[in-house]
Design a protein around this ligand. Structure first.
Ligand code: GRF
Length: 212
């Protein structure tokens, strides 16, 4: 994305991609409603018809679209359709929120440095699926949540914000996930706000925010 503020008075338009529950989508909706995030969710896209997050979006009066990846003959065609939908809604920043599809060049190239993801570990530890279980099984004493820019490397783009969560001796994947999720809901709106405020830059793999 361009690291410049939107026109004065204009609210940045974001698109949110989901596949399931949509609690991070809910955190973004709440942050906007409470004035903590100056943005408009222009469209929510799900690759699954049964994603519970779709209902959450509709209740908030947000337009939703289902693009079922199984209806497309290739990843490229699916990504291109998602990109077209986002562009048709004039989206400047794309937020993946539990979107369970790898993002390929057709979408990445349409939104350079303008796609964010939230991941339930302190990256680069435990990328991929079941990050909370991976942390437990590894015996990590600290895990957490990461918001990062999306690149072609799975969970490997520049890190925007992180929050640490202590792992307890008696944690299960569920109890650890629940405490990480609390941090995710705090972190994602803050990271989106930071991106939209502009004046940040990327150096190598580092995301560098302006000094407060
Ligand atoms: C979150 O744990 C997020 O970090 C991961 O997928 C989960 C999505 O949860 N990428 P929700 O759909 O936002 O509730």
């Amino acid at each position: 994305m361009s690291d410049e503020r939107p026109a004065p008075g204009g609210r940045s338009r974001i698109g949110v991609l989901i596949s399931g529950r949509g609690s991070n989508l809910g955190a973004l909706i709440d942050a906007i409603a409470q004035g903590r995030l100056a943005a408009t969710i222009a469209i929510v896209i799900s690759n699954r018809q049964d994603a519970a997050g779709l209902q959450r979006a509709r209740e908030a009066g947000i337009e939703t679209v289902v693009l079922d990846h199984r209806q497309f003959s290739s990843r490229h065609d699916f990504d291109a359709a998602v990109a077209r939908e986002l562009q048709a809604h004039d989206v400047q920043l794309v937020c993946l929120a539990g979107f369970m599809r790898l993002v390929g060049p057709a979408l990445l190239d349409a939104f350079p440095n303008a796609i964010l993801n939230i991941h339930p570990s302190l990256l680069p530890a435990f990328p991929g699926v079941d990050a909370q279980r991976q942390a437990l099984e590894h015996g990590a004493k600290v895990s957490g949540a990461t918001v990062h820019l999306v690149t072609g490397e799975l969970d490997g783009g520049p890190i925007v914000l992180q929050a640490a969560v202590a792992v307890k001796e008696n944690d299960t994947a569920d109890t650890l996930s629940a405490r990480i999720l609390e941090q995710e809901h705090r972190l994602y709106p803050a990271a989106v706000s930071l991106l939209l405020a502009g004046n940040w830059r990327i150096e190598g793999r580092r995301f560098i925010a302006p000094s407060p």
